[in-house]
Each structure stands twice: as C-alpha cells, then as structure tokens.
Write a protein that binds this ligand. Structure first.
Ligand SMILES: [Zn+2]
Length: 908
C-alpha cells in the first residue's frame, strides 16, 4: 500500500512540475489567504502566561489570559494545544462547561464551543492547564548535566518551540502569521536565574521560591518564545541601547567571553546592513548543556548547544572558534530575518533559513577572511550541524529524484518539521549568493533595507523580497528567481568551442541517479572570464546561447569563483586549455573545477579519470579548501570500498596524494601560521589515519600516550584528529581510557571529542561496547542518538549500528525531537551500499514508520541505490587509473612534493 502511495505521489508531483513550470509566481503576503489549519476570524493580540514548573515530577501547571479580536461573529474558538490538559476555560469572565472543551489530538487543536455567537470586537479568553516537562528538546524540557568544578549532577529547564511546539507549553495560535505580544511569568527556586525574550520586569519571593515577571514582547510569532531557568552564571556588556548577556551553567560563563565580544561586532554590522537597529532592549546568548544539537533564534534569547557558544582558550580548537562565530552570525541574522520580519507560513521557511545562512556566512567572511568560509564545504562529520556552507552537499541532493523546490507546499506539522533540510538552508543560501553577485553588493543591500523597512513587525512572502530587490536593481528579479525557488534541481551549462572565436553554450538539467527526469530550464545569471582577465556576465534565458571574441587558444572559465549554483561541462579542447592554465587560476576557481569534475563523475557524465587527472595536474599548494575537496572525495570512496578487494590498492593511491601535503604541513603547529594551516593539518591527520597510514597511526598513538599524563602537550586543534585515529584502531585498553576521559570531563566539547573517537572504533567487539552508550545518560539526548549514526558512518560496521538501532528504536526515539523523529531510521541506511538494504528499509518502513517518514525513506533508498551503482562503476575505473598512474608515479610525486615545500617557505 505504502509503495503504491509513493508511486501515486510521484505522479502527482510530476504532474505538478509539468503543469506549473515556474510560471505560477507567488502572491504578496495577505493574512486571510495565508495557508494554515487555524480559522482566521479570531486573532490573538496579547497573551499573559503564568507557568509553574514542578521539577520533581517533570510536570507544570499554567494559567493564561489572551486578549482576542474577533473579526466577524464566531460560535467557537479554535487554537493549538498538544499534550496539555485543560482544566478551566472562560470567555469574558464567563466559565465554559467541560463539555465545551474539545482536544483533537491528531490535529493538535483545541476547540472551545461557545454558548452563543461572539460579537465582532475584543474579548478575553482565560485558560488553566497542565503539561509535562520532556526529556527531548520539545516544548518545555529538562537537561541533566554535571556542574563545572564540583561535578555535581544538576538539571536545568529550557524550551524549544520551532516549528510547532509552543502549543506544548501553553494553548496558543501556534502558526507564524498570528503575531501577538507575549508576557510570561514563572515561579522557580530562589537560587535560579530565569531568562526569557524580554528583561525581567519584577521579582517577588514566595516561600523559598521566586516569582519572575518578564516584560511584554513586541508582536511576534509564537515559535519565537523562550524560557530558560537553572543555576546559571552570566557575563554582560553593552553597546548603545542594547545590553548583551552571555549565559551558561554555573562556572562556565567566562568561556563565553569570545562569543560576547563577537556578538558586539556582529550586532554593529547588522544594525548597519539592515538599516534598522536591533529592536529589543537586550540580547541573551544562552549555552545549554543538552536537549538539542544546533541553535535557535528565539527573539532576544538565542539558545545554543554549549559547544556552539563556549570557547575555552586552553582546550578548544580553532575549528570550534570558527563554528561559534558562524553560528552566532547565523542566529543573529534571524533577529531581523525571521523575528522582526517572519515568513507567513512554513512553505517560505527558506526566507528565514536560506537568508540567515547566506547573511551569517557573509558576515563571518567579512570579519574573518582568513577562515575561507565561502570556500570550505564543511564535511558532514557532525550530523547535527545545520549551519555551514556545504553548498556541494545541497547540490548533490538537489540532483536526485528525491529533491524538492526551495518553496514547497506544507500542510502538516510533520511537513513543517521536515522542511529544515539542505535545500532550504544551503540551496537557499547558494541562490542568494549568486543573485547578490549578479545584482551587485550595494544594490542587493539597498533591496534588503527596503524589504525590512516595509515589512518589520509583520509577515511576508518570497514575492515581497523579489519586489524589493527588483525596485532596487530595476531588474526582473522575480522572473530570474522563479526557476531557482519554485522548481527543483539546477542546470549544467555545456561549453563547446565553435569555429573561430565563438563558443556555444547549452543548458540542461543536471541529475544524478535520476533516469527520465522531467526536463527544465532556468534563467541563469552566468559569469565567465578568460583566465587572467576581468569577468563578464550573461543572463542566459534560453536553452542555448553563445559567447563571442573568445580566442581559440585562451582558457575560458565559467562560474567565476564558483559563486553560481550550476555545473559546467567543458568540451575536450576547453578542458585541456583549463588544465594548462591551472597555475594561473585562483583557489576558488580550482576548487570549483574539482567540484564540477567530481559531480560529472557521480552523474556518469565523465569517467573517474577526469577527476583524478585534474587532481594530478594541480599546482602544489596547501590551500585548505582545495585539499578538503580532495579529502572528502577520498573519504567517500574509502567508505564505499569497505570490505572490498579494491580497498587496499585505493588506500595506497589515496595516501600518495595526501602525504606530500602532510610532509610540508608537519605535526607541530608553527608560530604565526594562518588558522587554515591548523585546520588543514587536522584534516590530513584524520584522513590519512582513516586511510590506514602506519606512520600517522603510530604518531597519533604516541601523542595520545603523552596527552594522558600531560594534556597540554597536545595542541587543542589536533585533539579531535588524534583521538579519532587512536579510537579507530583502539584495543580494549585504549577504548577504556577514552571512555574514562569522556565520563570525567564537564566540557561538552571535550566530551564530544572522546565519544566521537569511540564511535569510530573498527574492532567489532568494541563496537558492541560503544553502541549501548546511546541508551545511557552519559551523553545529552541529541548527542546520544547521533552516536549510533556516527558508528554507522565511521566504524566500517553500519550493519551493527542498524541492528542495534532496530532492537532499541523505542528508547532511541524517546530522545529525539520533532526534527529527528521522521528521519532517524532512514538516515541509518544511507551508509549502506547494497541493493538488498534498500528492500530491507522499504519493508521496515511499511510496518514501523509513520506515513510522514515517506520522503526520508525515499531519500535513503535513492542513496543506497546510487552508492551501489557508483561503487561498482568506480571499482573498475579506479583500478585502471591507478595502474596507469603507477607507471609515472615517481616522477609526478617528486615534482609535487618539491613545489609544495617552495610554496610553504613563502607563506609562513
Ligand atoms: Zn536558522
């Protein structure tokens, strides 16, 4: 039945795609026609909510009064509530009988039947209710943790409401379009600090506890509310009218110094960029020791998983520091894009996430050019990480049959939660970057300022962003954008040299593992350059186009700096000219060529020799982004070849590609080296360790042994890499040592390093010891379930990870939030490359997974099928390539190494 449904949906989608090829432009925001379940006759104006948590019983009781406006006479009130028991209800002071209160669990609705029509105008609804404090990061939840210093076991309370969980905290109109003012009051133990969106207005003692009343928020969407309480410390500072605070569990606030300073810098930048100052009196950055993996942009009170905010000068890595800045910049961009102006409905989620991803990266790159953030595609080593550029990852997903348009219809809560994916975040970001480079930076900013000024304290749709950018640029932005946001996929531009100085261009849809894909066209904002000359632009609006005045002997590069969201396929003579011109190309363009070449191999448009032929011709360099592109490819192949006869030969070849760079880079950080050098060293150690390099493994073991007695002997930047390699080849003694260290530390970052190392262990006896940790409370809930995913990815034993998860699914799912529930089981299958696993997942899904998991199941099935086909294809092609290279290897490799040394001498 389920498969028939999937097939049916496929044809419905196909029909939709073919009938509406980007012509059906979206309408501007209008309250009445915004999608959603709730009737629009009644709107909330202001909530006053009082919550009293009972931390012994993990329950809470609450009361609220809501000022409402009825826009027409109504006979019932419909709002959202979930897992709440309503004990009393009254309207305008008149109690409603119990029989008038109806909860529809399936639709998460609370309906109050009224004795007679309620007149148009203002009314007051009062409700009493009771709810529960959850283990997972949904609604109000608790986080157990070990206190810094004392190691004492404590817990704190926090909330997570996006997308649809404010309704677990208090009955409310829980759709983003119902903006209202919120005023929260709460009762907590006397020694606790309570935090919400606004500053504390008053406090009074009540028998060992205290009642805390927060000021009223400006009109905002319900999902942006926040409440945190526990034994907290803070450090603070101020800039103009805005107070910033960095809040963490006791003993840790000082580690937020870096984030507090970055906050001041970023806020100033955004106040200027958006042309509208930050509108609230304070901004809190709150470090939570668990509950969820990323960060959440609650207005005025942003929450972060601790390692995304706290930086320990002595023990944190440079990677952690960069991550903190990027996450801060992303979440703070939301304070305008998302909070001050909010998407009307979840079908426009990308307006929040694509924009914040782009803006955050732009801001990070502006203040930290040495980090090369636009260039680095952060590899998905941490599956919980949602921020980061990872453009390549999004393009790979967007080339498959299971992709979807950036803007997609959303009908249910589950669909809203599923919308937080790579397409929404990273394709959205990538498209905005392409558009900015096409329109020009100043014009683009002018459009954004107009948009914010026009829609602040309100909701909007994508159409209004395009209108603002069109007004600023006098270009048809909506028309250009439609193909990129309203239809799935993206194009490849084929470049062909014609007679004389002409070059012809042709576009077609770029796909991977997607037979008979519906053909589509795009309006492509192309950039191109003759190598060494200034770039030009061309808006390619037809299937074919052309360039003139391109001399037949000059190299032509399209997609300058890789800023565009399309692939380029060159004909042979164009490709050969580019290979010759490689030393004169910037690193951005070289990385772009590598990425495109690899994608063409994946798509079966080119043999693997295209990619490795390019790699072998690269000029020597220690550019981080370029080497990381190669490392990611080698890593993928290495994992695909687990258990195959080809693996050893491949590993030997792969090591020979990376070793010269490592020899130049060396083990020890050098004084004054750029931060990218540290990142590169760590990446190379991890990669070579994975590739079974005996020298690297011995070097890591030696450093780990020293670390056990003298922790400061190992640079923080190298720790994750050294622990990962030691963990991968661990025996029982080393496994126990790593575990011991993990149990002991109170630093979330260090804990993660140790448990990541355990997850990579390849000895199957030890894998059996690692997996059950996911069921204990050694790790916070979000990290615990991803421990299993990490084992599946890193241990060479995805089969053991899945068998364990299957046997313990109920206990594992109890630890995940709404975002994770639908994708957890399917995600564990994406590490398999045998067709039989696709069948197994489909069978499992039929009886064990909810209907809402269907799209995640389809994605996983597609991934398994792709890996199976790709593995077989690579095996033959790679073997031939390596044999061919063997004949010339010595000469090539020596040349490579020598030139690296020269580059380094100049760089440091
Ligand atoms: Zn975001």
């Amino acid at each position: 039945m389920r498969e028939m449904r999937a097939l049916f949906l496929f044809f419905v989608n196909l029909f939709f795609i073919m009938l509406h090829p980007a012509m059906d432009a979206e309408k501007p925001f209008e309250f009445a026609t915004t999608p959603g379940k709730l009737p629009k006759e009644v709107v909330p104006l202001e909530y006053s909510v009082r919550i009293v948590p009972n931390i012994d019983k993990f329950t809470f009781s609450g009361t609220e009064t809501i000022k409402l406006s009825a826009r027409s006479p109504v006979r019932q009130l419909v709002l959202n509530a979930l897992e709440l028991k309503i004990t009393d209800a009254s309207l305008d002071g008149k109690a409603l009988p119990d029989s008038a209160i109806k909860i529809d669990k399936q639709n998460e609705l609370l309906t109050l039947a009224l004795p007679s029509d309620v007149a148009t105008g203002d009314h007051t609804l009062a409700l009493s209710f009771a709810g529960k404090i959850n283990q997972q990061g949904q609604g109000l939840f608790y986080m157990p943790y070990q206190e810094q210093g004392s190691g004492a076991k404590k817990l704190i309370l926090g909330t997570q409401f996006e997308a649809t969980d404010a309704r677990r905290f208090f009955p409310c109109w829980d759709e983003p379009v119902f903006r209202a003012r919120f005023q929260l009051t709460t009762v907590v133990p006397g020694n606790w600090l309570a935090v919400s969106n606004m500053p504390i207005e008053s406090e009074k003692k009540i028998a060992g506890e205290k009642e805390v009343r927060f000021a009223t928020t400006p009109p905002m969407s319900s999902y942006l509310n926040v409440f945190i309480a526990g034994e907290l410390d803070l450090i603070e500072s101020r800039s103009g009218p805005t107070q910033f605070r960095l809040i963490a569990t006791k003993g840790k606030a000082e580690m937020g110094r870096y984030a507090l300073e970055a906050t001041a810098q970023i806020l100033k930048y955004y106040n200027d960029y958006f042309g509208a100052p930050y509108p609230l009196p304070k901004l809190d950055q709150i470090a939570l020791p668990g509950g969820f993996g990323g960060a959440m942009e609650n207005w005025g009170g942003i929450t972060y998983f601790e390692s995304g905010l706290l930086f320990d000068q002595k023990n944190s890595s440079a990677e952690t520091k960069q991550n903190i800045y990027e996450v801060l910049a992303h979440e703070m961009a939301h304070q305008w894009f998302g909070d001050l102006v909010t998407m009307a409905w979840w079908d426009n989620l990308w307006l929040n996430e694509g924009f914040a991803s782009w803006m955050g990266t732009k801001c990070t790159a502006h203040f930290n050019p040495q980090w090369e953030v636009w260039l680095r595609r952060n590899s998905p080593r941490d599956p919980t990480r949602r921020v980061g550029i990872a453009k390549e990852q999004a393009m790979e997903g967007d080339a498959r049959s299971t992709t979807h348009p950036i803007q997609q219809p959303i009908a249910t809560e589950a669909q809203a939660n599923s919308a937080f994916d790579d397409i929404t975040y990273k394709k959205g970001q990538s498209f905005l970057r392409m558009l900015e480079s096409f329109l020009g930076k100043d014009i683009f900013r002018e459009g954004i300022r107009r948009y914010i000024a026009k829609h602040k304290y309100s909701n909007s749709t994508t159409a209004e962003l395009w209108d603002a950018l069109s007004e600023a640029s006098k270009k048809p932005v909506g028309e250009i954008a439609a193909g990129w946001t309203e239809q799935a996929g993206f194009p490849v531009v084929k470049v062909k040299r014609e007679e004389g100085d002409k070059v012809s261009l042709a576009q077609e849809r770029f796909t991977i593992n997607f037979k008979n894909a519906p053909p589509l066209d795009w309006k492509i904002p192309l950039t191109y350059a003759l190598v060494g000359e200034a770039p030009g632009t061309l808006l390619m609006t037809n299937k074919t186009d052309g360039l003139q005045n391109i001399p037949a002997d000059r190299a032509l590069k399209l997609n300058v700096n890789g800023a565009g969201n399309y692939r380029v396929e060159y004909d042979e003579s164009s490709w050969n000219l580019l290979l010759q011109a490689l030393p004169n190309l910037g690193v951005e363009d070289r990385v772009n060529l590598l990425s495109d070449a690899w994608a063409l191999v994946q798509a079966n448009r080119a043999p693997v020799s295209l990619y490795f032929g390019l790699v072998e011709k690269l000029p020597a360099s220690t550019d981080l982004a370029e080497r990381e592109q190669l490392i990611n490819v080698l890593d993928l192949i290495n994992r695909l070849f687990v258990g195959t006869p080809e693996r050893e030969k491949f590993q030997s070849y792969a090591r020979s590609l990376l070793q010269p760079t490592f020899e130049t880079s060396g083990w020890e950080p050098r004084a004054g080296e750029p931060p990218a050098a540290g990142n590169l060293r760590a990446s190379l150690i991890t990669a070579l360790g994975d590739l079974n390099d005996p020298k690297i493994i011995a070097g890591c073991r030696e450093r780990f042994a020293k670390y056990l007695t003298s922790p400061q002997s190992l640079a923080p930047d190298l720790r994750p890499a050294v622990f990962a390699v030691v963990g991968r080849y661990a025996d029982e003694k080393i496994w126990n040592q790593l575990h011991e260290l993990g149990l002991k530390t109170t630093s979330v970052e260090e804990k993660q390093n140790y448990y990541n190392a355990l997850a990579g262990t390849i000895d199957s006896k030890l894998v059996k010891k690692t997996l059950p940790i996911a069921l204990t409370d050694e790790l916070s809930t979000s990290r615990a379930i991803f421990l299993v995913s990490k084992v599946a990815r890193d241990s060479d034993h995805p089969d053991m990870a899945w068998a364990f998860a299957k046997a313990n699914m109920k206990a594992l799912l109890a630890k995940t939030d709404a975002l994770g529930a639908n994708r957890y089981a399917p995600s564990l299958f994406t590490f398999f490359s045998e067709d039989s696993r696709a069948t197994e997942l489909k069978t499992y899904a039929q009886t064990n997974l909810p209907r809402e998991s269907a799209s995640e199941v389809a994605k996983a099935v597609d991934e398994i099928q792709f890996r199976s086909e790709f593995k077989a294809r690579l095996a033959g092609q790679l073997s031939a390539w390596i044999d061919h290279q063997g004949k010339t290897a010595i000469r090539t490799r020596n040349g490579f190494s020598g030139r690296v040394a020269l580059t380094i001498a100049q760089r440091f």
